[in-house]
Design a protein around this ligand. Structure first.
Ligand code: ZN
Length: 266
């Protein structure tokens, strides 16, 4: 199984952008193979990255039918291993640098601004306009600060969705990252399979469909890639009886990423 670090070199390949310096992971050949014919050999011009927190591979497989609307927009499935420890800032730092925790430096739950070269720096060098939309204080909101990125710190997931829809409609960015956290919040308060957590999961799938449709509409003239990219999974902590993550177990350490490639119509 490839690692979530593969996300960065893969996106760079599909966008035809030189990867950031720490990017050491393998490109996901399957994603390149679906993008190349869809775009007739040309690079992608736009990309929507939807990053929901803590949706693991076991949850995905167990509730596969629930993801059906997401697969309509992003049908290509890529199972991936997270990085250890499977905590949000550690994993997103790895996804968006292409590097393991020892290389990017976030090795536990902490939210420093990353000083190393990231996907976003590589995109900016290539003239790509980037927006990051996330709830204020979340890891994605904080650790990639200090770049020529448009940052949008919102109240919670619904505001992230509406802001992202606005940004897509305005078409002022080439790569848009939207982060959602309701499922992660729910699993920590309850369990990964509680009614509240499953409702949050459905909300994430619905939000992804909303954003994918907005991207398809706004970017209809452009070759674009749509990605559904959670950071890690979760399990039930036997001591507390609640959901948790951070252990070297498959439930925490595996995720499913989804990709869709849509050609622009001229
Ligand atoms: Zn997380």
């Amino acid at each position: 199984m490839n690692c979530i670090t593969s996300f960065t070199p893969t996106l760079c390949r599909v966008l035809n952008v030189a990867p950031p310096t720490l990017s050491a992971a393998e490109t996901l050949a399957g994603v390149v193979r679906i993008a190349a014919p869809a775009f007739d050999g040309a690079p992608a011009e736009k990309c929507l990255i939807y990053a929901p927190d803590a949706i693991g591979l076991d949850l995905y497989r167990e509730h596969a039918s629930l993801f059906e609307p997401a697969r309509e927009h992003a049908p290509f499935e890529v199972p991936l291993r997270a990085v250890y420890p499977p905590k949000t800032p550690v994993c997103f730092a790895s996804m968006f640098t292409g590097a393991l925790p020892e290389a990017h430096g976030i090795r536990r739950y902490e939210q420093p601004v990353l000083r190393c070269d990231t996907l976003f720096d590589a995109l900016i060098r290539a003239g790509v306009r980037v927006a990051i939309v996330a709830a204020g204080g979340s890891s994605i909101d904080l650790i990639f600060r200090g770049r020529e990125v448009d940052y949008f710190s919102e109240k919670y997931d619904p505001e992230v969705t509406s802001r992202t829809v606005e940004l897509l409609a305005a078409a002022g960015h080439d790569v848009v990252v939207a982060y959602h956290q309701e499922y992660d919040d729910a699993l920590h308060d309850t369990t990964p399979r509680s009614a509240r957590a499953l409702r949050a999961l459905k909300n994430h799938v619905e939000s992804f469909v909303t954003l994918a449709k907005a991207a398809a509409q706004s970017w209809r003239q452009f070759n674009h890639l749509i990605a559904f990219t959670p950071d890690h999974g979760a399990h039930v902590d036997v001591d507390t009886g609640r959901g948790a993550h951070g252990d070297d177990v498959d439930e925490d350490m595996t995720v499913m990423h989804l990709y869709g490639a849509a050609p622009g119509s001229v």
